[in-house]
Each structure stands twice: as structure tokens, then as C-alpha cells.
Design a protein around this ligand. Structure first.
Ligand code: SF4
Length: 359
């Protein structure tokens, strides 16, 4: 079974051998024949349906390496959705990501393999909430994390991701000629961004249920147990977690860090599949826990991706007026030049300069 051929036709074994090489540390030999068969079926259906699969960094390794045509963070996937010529987009991610793809590609059919794949952050706020916030803070630009529903994006001036949030906040303050901006809905992202800029931040109490659970004590325990291990944290974590880490950045920035530096031991303070997916490309790096699982991301499986392509289900639609308004906010973000500063969070400043007004 070491070569991944057990029980498979030679055609499927050959097609999926490069995938097996990347996932064999995470998929058991018992599981692989069924997964390899599904990967082969999905690849055939993609050709038949003129479809591409956008796979987020938090997908399981067999999806990420096996069927993802484009893989990456929210920003990268949003850009690919806009660029792709395919007729059908399958979002291997959560519902707000599929809506973002639809906003950027309204003429394409956008499918999500499980309509229940939600997000605690996206669920924390509605378009009506944003209208109330705007009434309370007239004249301030609204910067919204991409992890929001289409009705929230429709009330937004410009979107951001954790990779470009500081740059977007500073751009919005300059364009509007103000010294404060509304940055919603993730409270911790807002606090961590506030630590990087002199622009004042008005935030909302949304939380990512995966990242909010990490604590500075977790970091201290990891340091004691694994001296020398490098600790990388996502900016949706609390500020004291970032301050205790060696590096903080988006999933794309974490990937770049590991690829470039190849640390002997590394801890990724984020969703569990991140480490498994990077490991396929840097086998000599030893990834150590802890990690937290996103139950919403884990609703997406090879089986429901296959079914969604086979039956062309479940289509994600967005009302036309929301598409128009939401596209302006997302496109503004995409049109900004690449960040002048690296997409990493300055940990030293994070300990010293934070000013956030919570709504
Ligand atoms: S990891 Fe957090 S932000 Fe991402 S989908 Fe899951 S709950 Fe939402």
C-alpha cells in the first residue's frame, strides 16, 4: 500500500499517485481506495461540467491536494473566482465564500456541497446591524472582513481579509479624510489591526469560534513542551495570543513563512487542516498541535463535492441589488495594489498600541 495502489485500477492509481504522496500521513490505507476513487470521479465530472473547485486552506488534505483547482485563503480564492473562465464554480469552503464568488462572477453557476457550511463570524452580524452602525457613526467608512454575508457586503464601502486589513483600513481613512474607520465584524482582528495603525477602529463583537478559543496559556505550554518550536498565530486570535507568538499573519502569510524558512518544528495557531495541507509540501517540517477544528469547513467532503457536481446542487444565489453593491466593496479591495508592508502583524506594536471602540 506504500505506493497507494491497493485495490485501485491502474488508471485511478496512476491518476491519484501524486495526491497519495501528499496525503499519506493523514489518510489511512483503509480510507485511501474510496477517496482515490472519489477524486478520480470528481476530476472527470469537473471536465464534463466545465467546473473548477476553489478549496480553502482549511479543507481536509484529500480535498485540498486531491481536487482543488485553486487553493488558498479567502482573498486568493475571491480573485480566482473573478478570473476563472469556467461555467461552474464549486466552493469547497463555507457559504459566505460562495456568495463572494457569486458576487464576483454573477454569470457563473456557484455551488456549495453543503448549504449548512456556515461561519460564526458571518452569523454575528446582518445588513440591518450595519445600517444601525452607520447611523451611529455617520461619515465613517465601513470596512468589512470578507467573512460576512452578501447583505452585509452590500452595506460595505470596502472589504478586507486578514492579509490586507491594515492596508485597507489606512486606505479608507485616507480616501474618506477621517481618522477613524468602522472595521467589522471580528473583534480580535479589529484589535490586532488597531495595534498596527494610528487609525482609530470602531469594532463589532463577532468572533471566529475556532480562533477565539486559543489562549496565551496554550502558547506558554507549547513553549515549555517544545523549546525552539516557532509559533505562528492567525490574527483572528486574541491579542495576547499574538503577542506571545513568534509570527502572526493570514493563512497565506503563514504558508509563505513555513515555505521560506522551513523551521524544524512549528506550531500553527489556527484551524487543524492548515498544518496537514502545508505538510504535503514541506515533509521535513515537524508540525505540532494544538489546533482547533472548524465544524463548518468540515461539512465539506469528497462525497458531497462529487454529489454537487453530479446533480449540480446546491446553487448559491445573491439578489441582484446586493450583487451590484457587494461587488463594488469586494472589487475595491481586489484593485488595491499589493500591500506596501508585508502581510504580517507586528507583534511588538501589538503589545503597546491598541485603541478600539466596541459597538
Ligand atoms: S474558521 Fe472561523 S472564520 Fe473560518 S469559517 Fe470557521 S468559524 Fe468562520
Amino acid at each position: 500500500m506504500a505506493d497507494g495502489t491497493f485495490g485501485l485500477s491502474s488508471a485511478v492509481a496512476n491518476e491519484t499517485a501524486p495526491v497519495w504522496a501528499k496525503v499519506k500521513d493523514f489518510v489511512t490505507p483503509m480510507e485511501w481506495p474510496a477517496q482515490a476513487t472519489l477524486i478520480s470521479e470528481i476530476n472527470a465530472l469537473k471536465r464534463e461540467r466545465d467546473a473548477v473547485i476553489l478549496a480553502h486552506n482549511y479543507m481536509t488534505p484529500e480535498i485540498f491536494h486531491g481536487v482543488g483547482d485553486y487553493v488558498g485563503d479567502s482573498l486568493g480564492l475571491a480573485k480566482e473566482a473573478a478570473r476563472s473562465d469556467a461555467r461552474v464554480i464549486v466552493q469547497a469552503g463555507v457559504h459566505f465564500m460562495a456568495e463572494t464568488s457569486k458576487i464576483l462572477s454573477p454569470d457563473k453557476m456557484v455551488l456549495i456541497p453543503d448549504l449548512r457550511a456556515g461561519c460564526s463570524l458571518a452569523a454575528s452580524i446582518t445588513g440591518a446591524d450595519v445600517r444601525l452602525i452607520k447611523q451611529r457613526h455617520p461619515g465613517l467608512p465601513v470596512v468589512t472582513y470578507v467573512n460576512t454575508t452578501a447583505d452585509v457586503k452590500a452595506e460595505t464601502d470596502i472589504c478586507c481579509t486578514s492579509a490586507n486589513a491594515v492596508q485597507v483600513v489606512e486606505w479608507a481613512a485616507r480616501e474618506w479624510g477621517v481618522d477613524r474607520v468602522i472595521l467589522i465584524p471580528d473583534e480580535f482582528l479589529a484589535r490586532n489591526v488597531a495595534a498596527q495603525t494610528t487609525v482609530g477602529i470602531i469594532a463589532w463583537k463577532g468572533r471566529c469560534e475556532v480562533h477565539e478559543r486559543f489562549t496565551a496559556d496554550d502558547i506558554a505550554e507549547m513553549r515549555a513542551a517544545y523549546p525552539g518550536a516557532e509559533i505562528l498565530a492567525h490574527p483572528e486570535c486574541p491579542e495576547d495570543v499574538l503577542a506571545a507568538s513568534d509570527f502572526a499573519g493570514s493563512t497565506a502569510a503563514m504558508t509563505d513563512y513555513v515555505m521560506a524558512r522551513k523551521p524544524r518544528q512549528v506550531v500553527l495557531i489556527t484551524e487543524c487542516s492548515m498544518a496537514s495541507n502545508i505538510k504535503g509540501d514541506v515533509p521535513d517540517v515537524n508540525f505540532i498541535g494544538p489546533c482547533n477544528m472548524c465544524p463548518h469547513m468540515k461539512r465539506i467532503t469528497l462525497e458531497n463535492i462529487r454529489d454537487c457536481l453530479l446533480k449540480l446542487q446546491f446553487e448559491v444565489t445573491v439578489p441582484e441589488d446586493m450583487i451590484e453593491k457587494g461587488r463594488l466593496a469586494v472589487q475595491r479591495m481586489i484593485d488595491l495594489p499589493p500591500p506596501a508592508i508585508p502581510a504580517r502583524y507586528d507583534l511588538f506594536k501589538a503589545r503597546h498600541h491598541v485603541a478600539v471602540e466596541l459597538i
